[in-house]
Design a protein around this ligand. Structure first.
Ligand code: A3P
Length: 285
């Protein structure tokens, strides 16, 4: 089976489980609710990690929900066909996930008080994580080599298109009181402090004991062993479980093991060109 992509308003999407109709509905008709919480990322930036953290915060550290309900039901990926169906049936308050770039996000966001949590990750690590994941997921095309995949990533010829556009687009919302951004690297460095900051943004108070339970249950090891969080229950139609797993390494800086000096420099050149105007310094800069 070869994966196919299509373009919607200049952004690339997999054909499987996505359609122009659903994306148009999302953009123009989907009603964002004031008490929605959106977990937004460019793919491979820590989506499932943040999903787990938000699920655990909602349950005040009690792992019952994350151990009994698959993550794609706890916070559906709204722009996919199956995710949209789940979102429309979700009793409020909804926890929703999306990889949509800001310009394709539901227009109704502008009139709502919904909270957006945007998680970013070092783009070289995103590239490496996506490279491996693309061999496992049937909805993505398998890369032919790191050289070609690198060029595809830099030019936005990958699902959800350009990392640079995604990040500069969403980070344009910083300063908005309903927008909060955090990096995968900050989660790695200080998960407890990060969870405190997320709770403050959400207006959720947790005891020290509840906070410790969130941190423990959102660790890489806990999630890797939790079949409701590690994608091991995802149907074979979508994922080739023989080829690898979602919870691959879970570290910062793995790109050093996969990119040559030349590839890394090529990346840096494009990164500098594309990111200098944003005026934000990230942990990987
Ligand atoms: P690697 O492929 O580098 O291991 P996403 O959820 O956006 O698809 O991102 C998946 C990446 O996040 C994978 O990275 C996965 O290992 C990592 N990840 C998921 N949960 C994590 C956790 N609790 N701690 C650290 N990394 C985690």
């Amino acid at each position: 089976m070869t994966a196919e992509y299509f373009t919607y308003e200049g952004v690339l999407f997999p054909c499987m489980n996505f359609s122009s109709e659903t994306l148009s509905y999302m953009e123009n008709e989907f009603q964002v609710q004031d008490n929605d919480i959106f977990n937004i990322t460019y793919p491979k930036s820590g989506t499932t990690w943040m999903l787990e953290i938000l699920s655990l915060i909602r349950c005040e550290g009690d792992p019952g929900w994350v151990r009994s309900v698959p993550n794609w039901e706890r916070a559906p990926w709204v722009e996919s066909q199956s995710g949209l169906e789940a979102a429309l049936k979700y009793p409020p308050p909804r926890l929703l996930t999306s990889h949509l770039p800001v310009q394709l996000f539901p227009k109704s966001l502008q009139r709502s008080k919904a909270k957006i949590i945007y998680t970013l990750r070092s783009p070289k690590d995103v590239l490496v994580s996506l490279y491996h994941f693309s061999y496992i997921m049937h909805i993505f095309k398998s890369p032919s080599s790191m050289d070609t995949f690198l060029e595809d990533f830099l030019s936005g010829n990958v699902p959800y298109s350009s990392w640079f556009d995604h990040v500069t687009g969403w980070m344009g919302l910083r300063g908005n009181e309903n927008f909060f951004s955090i990096t995968y690297e900050e989660l790695q460095q200080d998960l407890s402090g990060s969870v405190r900051r997320i709770c403050r943004f959400l207006g959720k108070e947790l005891s020290e004991e509840q906070l410790a339970a969130v941190v423990e249950n959102a660790s890489f090891q806990s999630m890797k062993g939790n079949k409701m969080s590690n994608f091991s229950q995802m149907s074979d139609e979508y994922m080739d479980h023989q080829k690898g797993e979602l919870m691959r390494k879970g570290i910062c800086g793995d790109w050093r093991n996969h990119l040559s000096e030349v590839q890394s420099q090529r990346f840096d050149t494009v990164y500098q060109e594309r990111m200098q105007r944003l005026g934000v310094t990230f942990p990987w800069d």
